[in-house]
Design a protein around this ligand. Sequence first.
Ligand code: SF4
Length: 356
Amino acid sequence: MLNLGTDEIIKYPFLAEAKTYLQDKGFTLEQFVDDPDHKFIIDMAYDRIKYAANGKIYPSPYKDNINISSFLPREIFSFIIAVVLLKMSRINILIKKFALSEARRAEKYLEKDLEAKINIHSDNIRNQLEHRINQQELAIKIIKELFLVDIKKDHDHFIIAAQDYLKHAVHFHETEWKLVNRHVYKGFVYLTPHETVRLLRRKIDQYISSRIYSIEIPSIQNSLRYYVNNLTLMAKKFPIPSTSSPGQFPPCIKHTLNMLENGKNLSHSGRFLLATFLLSKKKPIAEILSLFKNAPDYNAKTTLYQINHLAGLSGSRTKYNCPSCQKIKTHNLCFETSECNNISNPLQFKNNNESK
Ligand code: SF4
């Protein structure tokens, strides 16, 4: 486990070992949630989930250059209790939205730590330089130890081995992420702090989700039941996405639908596959749009724009085709069964019911 300072625990609460942290503060979880003096923290935890469910990032009262010791307990406790509430609720869509929102929050801090800007008008440049090196070193260490990605600093950029870059960039469709459009030198790809963090987005999100699913909680149901019931009500606004005739879809498309149904964060490639497939099947845009409602980062305006773009109704007016099976395999989205029958594109899929 990383040795973290107070600043880092506030910025990256998912790195704190919940049980150890509570014990260090002289609490057990049961005592903590039963104490009326701590009700405001449970309310904060609930709010933290509410922010995430609405696609927002929980705002932190923490700002640089202030005494943060007063913020630390409530920041960490509210995160821990939010995780407990979510684990008790077992509502996948809320867990995924929370993980994504907390990942976005951590990304902001990680980017800031990698950047570690210096105020050149300040008197204590030397201290700032030292602090900058520490911040950057710790951010690089977090990336290496948690996400198993090796990056190094090279002047104002961060460099990553080209083969590692490709493993992560495969999920992006934008041309700027193609290796030919990157500055590559001696087998290393050069990235800005923002691009470095963006490249790791999926890893951060997955790490937080896995921490939530793996946490063990004692039986403290009664004292938190009220909040868990409210989470159940909150989740009702996320309907189960559906489309007509999914039974006739190929396994890769069923997989993408399944991911969305469970509130999982479908990759860019997965979204591209699903949308282009359904557009080719002449499904109405409103129906396709509704399928993405459960995506943890759903934004109606952006999603509608993207679907219209793929349909050739906006931007360059180019209509995008459903990718080939070969291409889908390279994105690890192929779940071939005997029914696929060596087809080369999901649009050629015919299931047994259809051919009868
Ligand atoms: S073989 Fe093609 S249609 Fe079948 S699951 Fe793979 S990508 Fe989809």
